[in-house]
Design a protein around this ligand. Structure first.
Ligand SMILES: Nc1ncnc2c1ncn2[C@@H]1O[C@H](COP(=O)(O)OP(=O)(O)OP(=O)(O)O)[C@@H](O)[C@H]1O
Ligand SMILES: [Mg+2]
Length: 625
């Protein structure tokens, strides 16, 4: 249920040259922005470091010497330097963030396009939630690499070195005293940073669990309410939620004690400087201005140390994310275009020669998990569908009917045997060309959010409105679509949840018709609709199939009887083949099924006209003979 698994958060090396080199490909186009950011960073630093010195000059050379001349100029300069610092800081942060966001955007587009090329078997193996994490959270943690990563590392280190040098130059002994606090500060920072990041990781993991639970609960609310699982689920959710609160509180404890301790060390440093430096002023070894400058510089010294302590963890998280992102980018799709495509068949001649599309299955074996023994779903299936022929496939639930269809459009490849289209193995055909020739109506009518018209024109966005309406009219969808308040512009919710089953079916038909494929594959839905809609659907089907080679996974008696040939699939094997009459006359599995399911003691023609009976699924039993 949880979208983040423990292994999503395993951390390793903070620097991996191989990953950094691959990231460089995405960073290189941003080199001008990075150079700009570096230049701005140096400006910020110079302006920051000039300020305490200006104060020192102001105190020592003017205030203490009662010298009023130049005061105005110095104060104005101080203000100016400060203004420069602010402007440069703003531009620096912006350009750095922008670099990061540009890199992230490019990488995210790349991932998206890569996901589109992956095959169904890949998506069977990888849960949606984890893939979402790659494209969102993992890429997000790269943003940290830019905002608090490399450039700030460089900036902070430079600043530290500069401050140490300046303090040393101002007064070496006072500098040494001040530096005694640095190791303590650094160690405490490293300790707390580690804890804080760990706590945040925990919080993120628990938020992912909350999201996962919530998603399942909301989408299954009907089931929850029906089976009165509310109380139980509330308790489960409460446990997850409580865990999240505790994790959140742990992070707050670390965060607040960390900032308190940093404050404490800062005050300690000031006290040390006042105590030791004050003594040296009394003996005349130190000027008052230098003391003030010291306090100012130390204040600017602790920030970078605090930030540097987090650098390691940021790098570590970014590398772990990069590792996962690149390993996803490295997955090669199992279904790919052939290296050298078969010569294209000449399409213009097709119209003259009548329907094309000879489908051949040649001893096809298939398993969804070929590595595991005993998982084979199809055991050597062979058949042909001649151009223009309508072939129906019947068989029990789980017999492998939908699987046959998935193989034909190459969502998966057979483990053995070959599938040919007009004599050419489909492995040799470019995927786009193959899928352009084959239209498909799926078992669960897949609609997308958008308009009704958009759903019909799904395969060809340039389709004119007349063609969309023409397709809808032919399959009898026009009537109910026009009755929608917005007609063809009526919005369809995700997965078509605001439409009835019959409406979804007819819209899917219209979509297939508008696509106008040579070969049509129809995986009939098993859910029933009312008699009137049933008659509409049957007629729509006839129009859809007319003049096309078609393979229909049939659950309706009318479709079965209307087919030129029927294939009976049983546990992944074809056990009978023939027309409705031939198969009945054979008195085998099909005849038995037919008797059991559709028409005890009736003539086939008459029962074909009885749609209220036509929804029963076929369940072939063993041949009684
Ligand atoms: N993605 C998948 N991964 C693993 N096994 C699968 C997958 N899809 C289907 N199966 C298995 O393959 C077998 C055949 O499924 P298939 O969908 O082809 O059945 P079907 O004949 O279309 O059934 P129905 O009439 O219910 O639609 C079933 O045992 C099913 O559990
Ligand atoms: Mg099926």
């Amino acid at each position: 249920m949880s979208t983040a698994r423990p292994e999503d958060e395993v951390l390793g090396k903070a620097y991996d040259a191989r990953l950094a080199r691959r990231l460089y490909e995405y960073v290189a186009p941003q080199s001008r922005l990075i150079a700009l950011s570096l230049a701005l960073m140096l400006t910020v630093m110079a302006a920051q470091l000039a300020q305490p010195y200006l104060i020192k000059v102001l105190i020592d050379d003017h205030i203490l010497k009662h010298e009023a001349r130049g005061l105005t100029a110095l104060a104005t300069l101080y203000l100016l330097v400060f203004a420069v610092e602010m402007a440069a800081r703003y531009a620096q942060l912006y350009s750095m963030e922008r670099t990061g966001q540009n890199v992230i955007q490019a990488l995210r587009n790349r991932l998206f396009a890569h996901l589109q090329g992956l095959d169904s078997a890949f998506f069977d193996r990888h849960p949606v939630g984890r893939l979402m994490t790659r494209v969102t959270t993992d890429i997000e943690s790269l943003a940290d690499l830019f905002s608090s990563g490399v450039v700030s590392l460089l900036g902070d280190s430079l600043k530290l070195v500069a401050i140490v040098a300046i303090l040393w130059w101002l007064d070496a002994r006072l500098a040494l005293v001040t530096f005694t606090l640095v190791p303590a500060l650094f160690l405490l920072s490293v300790f707390y940073r580690g804890r804080i990041r760990g706590a945040y990781r925990d919080v993120r993991r628990r938020i992912a669990r909350i999201n996962g639970y919530l998603q399942e609960e909301i989408s299954g609310m009907l089931l929850v309410q029906l089976f009165r699982r509310e109380g139980e689920d509330r308790r489960e959710f409460d446990a997850i939620n409580r865990g999240h609160r505790d994790a959140e509180l742990r992070s707050v404890v670390y965060e607040s004690s960390f900032s308190a301790i940093i404050e404490l060390i800062g005050t300690l440093a000031t006290a040390l400087i006042l105590w030791y430096g004050g003594g040296r002023i009394v003996t005349g070894a130190l000027t008052f201005g230098t003391l003030v400058a010291f306090i100012e510089y130390t204040g600017r010294f602790f920030g970078p140390i605090r930030d540097l302590s987090s650098f390691y963890a940021v790098m570590q998280a970014a590398m772990a994310s990069l590792e996962r992102i690149f390993s996803l980018l490295d997955t090669r799709p199992a279904i790919q275009d052939p290296a050298a495509a078969a010569p294209p068949l000449s399409p213009p001649a097709a119209a003259e020669r009548g329907p094309r599309g000879l489908i051949e299955f040649d001893r096809v074996h298939f398993s969804y998990r070929p590595q595991e023994a005993g998982t084979e779903i199809l055991h050597g299936v062979s058949f042909r569908v001649r151009p223009g022929e309508k072939v129906a496939v019947v068989g029990a639930t789980g017999a492998g009917k939908t699987t046959l269809v998935k193989l034909l459009i190459r969502l998966y490849d057979p483990t053995e045997g070959a599938i040919r289209l007009d004599g050419v193995a489909i492995r040799e055909l470019p995927l786009r060309a193959l899928r352009r020739r084959i239209g498909m109506v799926l078992q669960d009518h897949f609609l997308i959010s958008g308009t009704v018209a958009g759903n019909i024109a799904f395969g060809d966005l340039s389709l004119p409105a007349e063609s969309i309406e023409e397709a809808a009219r032919l399959v009898h969808a026009d009537d109910f679509i026009r009755r929608f308040p917005a007609g063809y512009a009526e919005s369809v919710r995700e997965r078509g949840s605001n439409l009835s089953v019959g409406q979804k079916q007819l819209i899917s038909f219209a979509r297939a018709l508008a696509y106008d494929p040579e070969i049509l594959i129809l995986d009939e839905a098993t859910s029933s609709v009312d008699t009137e809609t049933e008659i509409l659907i049957q007629d729509a089907l006839q129009r859809l199939l007319r003049g096309r080679t078609s393979l229909v996974i049939a659950h309706r008696l009318s479709t079965i009887v209307g087919a030129d040939r029927i294939l009976v699939l049983h546990h992944g094997r074809l056990i009978e083949e023939g027309t409705h009459r031939e198969l009945l006359a054979r008195r085998g599995a099909y005849a038995r099924l037919y008797r059991l399911q559709f028409a005890p003691g009736e003539e086939p023609e008459r029962s074909a006209a009885a749609p209220e009976r036509s929804e029963a699924g076929f369940i072939p039993g063993p041949d009684p003979a």
